[in-house]
Design a protein around this ligand. Sequence first.
Ligand SMILES: NC(=O)c1ccc[n+]([C@@H]2O[C@H](COP(=O)([O-])OP(=O)(O)OC[C@H]3O[C@@H](n4cnc5c(N)ncnc54)[C@H](O)[C@@H]3O)[C@@H](O)[C@H]2O)c1
Length: 277
Amino acid sequence: MELPFRVDLSKKVVALTGAGGVLISEFAKALAESGAKVALLDINYEAAKKVADEIGENALAIGTNALDTASLKAAREQIHAAFGKVNLLVNGAGGNNPKATTDNEYMTPDISEDVKSFFKLDEAGLRFVFDLNITSAFLTTQVFAEDMLETGGNIINLSSMNAFHPLTKIPAYSAAKAGISNFTEWLAVHFAPVGIRCNAIAPGFFVGNQNRGLLFNPDGSPTPRTHKILAGTPMGRFGEVKELIGALLFLADDNASGFITGVVLPVDGGFNVYSGV
Ligand SMILES: NC(=O)c1ccc[n+]([C@@H]2O[C@H](COP(=O)([O-])OP(=O)(O)OC[C@H]3O[C@@H](n4cnc5c(N)ncnc54)[C@H](O)[C@@H]3O)[C@@H](O)[C@H]2O)c1
């Protein structure tokens, strides 16, 4: 993989959750390319294994449920045996769920029966989104920050644009990512005395498997949501996954960012700071 710049991460043992997914698989490749040993944790073992096989000998795929402490502890044992203690954690497992998504952007007084309004959002769907994004980061950090207590370490969370300003239709995902930004700040303060940094990356809009259907019609033409996103992005385009790698390597490298903790770094073409006027 082509990196934006070189950093030496050869002393890093990294655990990444959600590592079989679109973004975190690329994170794992970039960290490995920089010399780190990478453990790819994903509930979908096959997806993680595919990425680990691509990386080669410094990668280990482990089927892990980031919502289950016993599963996380078992993964930690495997990483200790293969690579030693973890000193960099990427809390990547996360995402939205259609059951927690409203059909319409705005409520209307005459909402029809067949529209999935705010009132019809499924309780299990809401809990799923909060668990996947928030509880997973809490439990995973509990397990892996223990490894860092004596030597210091580094935690990178995945926040989102919807953490700064909620996005229409996805109230649970927005609230959960706002929670992740807040948790990032809390961890930064709590762990500062023991030399553990915690920051987050907030990706803007990247076309991936999860959102392609929302952004493009089957014939490839952009949907109204795409028009709105691009109109709200001063740079006028979607990001490319490789454009997140610079932020990742910067936050991962203690020489580059050793005095930075508690920040949520947007990589968004200016979306977050644009008022629309
Ligand atoms: N893709 C984007 O544009 C975007 C934008 C902003 C933020 N994010 C955030 O970045 C992170 C990665 O996003 P992505 O697009 O790569 O997601 P993705 O859906 O491609 O991958 C998520 C991965 O997490 C795994 N996973 C699900 N539940 C799990 C569990 N309980 N334990 C362990 N693994 C589990 C899935 O199997 C999947 O491989 C997420 O936190 C997401 O919310 C993504």
